[in-house]
Design a protein around this ligand. Sequence first.
Ligand code: SF4
Length: 338
Amino acid sequence: MSDGCVAVEGVKAPGGRGLCLLSGGLDSQLAICLLREQGVHVEAVVFASPFFKISAAKRAAENLKVKLHIVTFTQDILELVKHPPHGFGGALNPCIDCHARMIKRAGELMSELGFDFVATGEVLNQRPMSQNRRSLGIVENDAALGGRLLRPLSALLLEPTWPETEGLVDRSRLLSLNGRSRKPQMELAAQYGMKEYPSPAGGCLLTEKGFCRKLADLRDHEGLGEERLVWLLLHGRHFRLPGGAKCVAGRDARDNAALKKSQGKGDMLLYTVNVPGPTLLLPCGASEEDLALAAGICAAYGDHGERTAVLVRIVRGDGAEERQVTPLPKERFLGWMQ
Ligand code: SF4
């Protein structure tokens, strides 16, 4: 991708300072380009949490040569997953409240760093739940930026905002995009010389039903108060054992290392000793019955070949022990997987 969206020479620069939400998707990149094209100084902000990778935003910021601010958003989004005032989308995605909160946090950064307004790549009616006219209004109200929220891609279909009425941004050079078609955005991208950009399909784990099953199980058992347990959802296979213990089994070396690193006081860590196999974490401990079942799962995923027993090491706060363990038949425990 080229950084084609620099200010056009000879065009009067209105001279505002905008802070633009950047997911790394095409729309947020275009919003930045549109503003920069008319001479606005733009920097970008992305919100980091376990549910949304920020690598696309980092890549886009690099390509656009725009300064990127990274805001930690985990507690914000967890609070909204627990109590979403405007409800969820198709899974555990509280999109309306999440947008409002991100814009609100961007507004705080705007004041702190001396920007004039916040901009987003939102397009009217592009997403049925979170970008219809009513939702955009709710987001604007809840974010409470007092007119300093600009949506350059659909601005001409919305009420003029403070940076437009104050002449910091030239409204006549903003757009009136509406609806789900991506064609106008793709044409604009071509004009700006953008060749690669991610597909619009999500990227947020809160929209994925498989991930949300694990998240809902955590919410309903241990709760969402401990960030470490939420980050753990990104690794391994997750089981709810019959006695109620949570059990995470690493799928590969990366998972195994992450589980080992995550072991806290009161947790139990299991791994095979005499054959290659997974690392398992019981992140909040377990009853003796559940521990025995977890050891059986650990042995089952080990490379046990013809062996009838596998040596499993159990490490916990008060020491370690090794046990000869019979692999548990998979049909016995696959139903416990989230
Ligand atoms: S898709 Fe995820 S990150 Fe995006 S607004 Fe919805 S909950 Fe927030």
